[in-house]
Write a protein of this length. Structure first.
Length: 395
């Protein structure tokens, strides 16, 4: 009795559904788990054919299958188990794993079905399949997109290569033109300068202010054009990589004093270039030509952008770590909006007006400074003036 009670308790509390049927397929017992799965109460199914819990075509084939097994003993499910579908009371179908065993009891055969609901597993499996299909679609889309991008990049690469080749050819042509044109212009400019000097000499006896005035204009124009040609030649050498610094030891103070004397001649009326040196040593090792170009360019800008009756500061300093060169003026200054573009080629500040210039000078100064491992910086305020600082490390 105790064993029977235990068995009943186990069946009643089992998680999976358990149904027993007789040899004709009629339901004899059904546990609570099976009732919950099929949504029936025991009274609605006990005594009825188990096929009521099956959807077509299993519903129609069940009795035939059971009869054939009893006649032949050949089992399709009994003792094997397989995945089948069940029919709920509300007409919905759900998947479950069915295992059937045969028991001889009181001289008759009883078939026990063990039902394990697969609804959650199937739902998860379907979601996984949908997700996998979605991923596959994404992979196909991304692959197509990637292939299209690769094709576009290949086309772009060919176009860029072609453009670079054309740009290279244009660059070589431009450099050749600038070099030839600059050298060809020098000859007539030299002739003009010589002729103007002769005119000035022969006109001295006439003491004509008009002659002096126009000769001065010609000299100024020739000087400006020569300066422009020099800038273009310097830029051409830099662009082609031909410009390399040539280092030599020299006396920086004497070097700076000579530049000061030369530039003072070009200064405006009552403009004075004040030179000072700080430090006990004066010898430096740099490229004198490149350095002179930098200093002359900066002093020339100070002269151009400052008025008459003004001072231009020019200082040099050599200490244990570095050589510092500064050129300052109290001229028109550089607008703050223009300062970040100051060292770009062909850039000129918006407040330069009619003051002549190519916009190449500061670009060349910066590049020459960097060629000698130096740095260049500046401070400027509109109408307050500008201070340029060039610094070279002591090697």
């Amino acid at each position: 009795m105790e064993n029977a009670a235990l068995l009943v308790a186990i069946i009643e509390n089992a998680i999976d559904g358990i149904i027993t049927i007789d040899e004709r397929g009629r339901i004899e017992t059904i546990n609570p788990a099976a009732c919950k799965l099929f949504e029936y109460i025991p009274e609605e199914v006990i005594g009825k054919n188990v096929s009521m819990l099956m959807p077509p075509p299993d519903k129609e084939q069940h009795d035939e299958y059971l009869h054939r097994y009893q006649q032949t003993g050949h089992a399709h499910i009994i003792g094997i188990g397989r995945e089948v579908k069940g029919l709920k009371k509300n007409g919905s179908v759900f998947p479950f794993r069915l295992g059937i065993s045969q028991v001889q009891y009181s001289g008759r055969k009883i078939y026990t079905g063990f039902i394990h609901d697969l609804s959650r597993e199937k739902e998860a499996e379907n979601q996984l399949k949908e997700y996998a299909a979605h991923l596959e679609e994404l992979v196909v889309e991304r692959t197509q997109s990637l292939n299209a991008t690769v094709d576009a990049l290949l086309v772009a690469k060919e176009e860029v290569s072609l453009s670079l080749e054309k740009e290279k050819e244009l660059g070589l042509l431009k450099s050749r033109f600038v070099s030839i044109a600059s050298h060809e212009f020098r000859t007539p400019l030299t002739s003009i300068q010589l002729s103007v000097s002769l005119i000035e000499k022969y006109a001295e006896p006439f003491n004509s202010s008009n002659i002096v005035k126009h000769v001065g204009k010609i000299k100024s124009a020739v000087g400006n054009l020569t300066s422009i040609l020099n800038d273009f030649l310097s830029l051409e050498k830099l662009e082609s990589g031909k410009q390399e610094p040539s280092y030599h030891d020299f006396d920086l103070v004497k070097f700076a004093e000579t530049i000061t004397e030369e530039m003072q001649v070009l200064a405006k009326q009552n403009q004075n270039i004040i030179y000072q040196h700080t430090g006990t040593r004066s010898t430096m090792r740099l490229d004198q030509n490149l350095l002179k170009n930098c200093i002359v360019n900066l002093i020339n800008n100070a002269i151009k952008y400052s008025g008459e009756n003004s001072f231009i500061g020019f200082t040099t300093e050599i200490n244990e770590r570095e050589c510092v060169i500064t050129i300052s003026d109290n001229g028109i200054g550089i607008p703050e909006a223009d300062q970040r573009h100051l060292f770009e080629a062909f850039f000129r500040a918006h407040n330069t007006g009619n003051i002549p210039g190519t916009g190449l000078g500061l670009n060349i100064v910066a590049r020459y400074t960097h060629l000698m491992n130096g740095t260049i910086a500046f401070k400027s305020e509109v109408s307050q003036g500008t201070l340029f600082t060039i610094t070279f490390p002591i090697s």
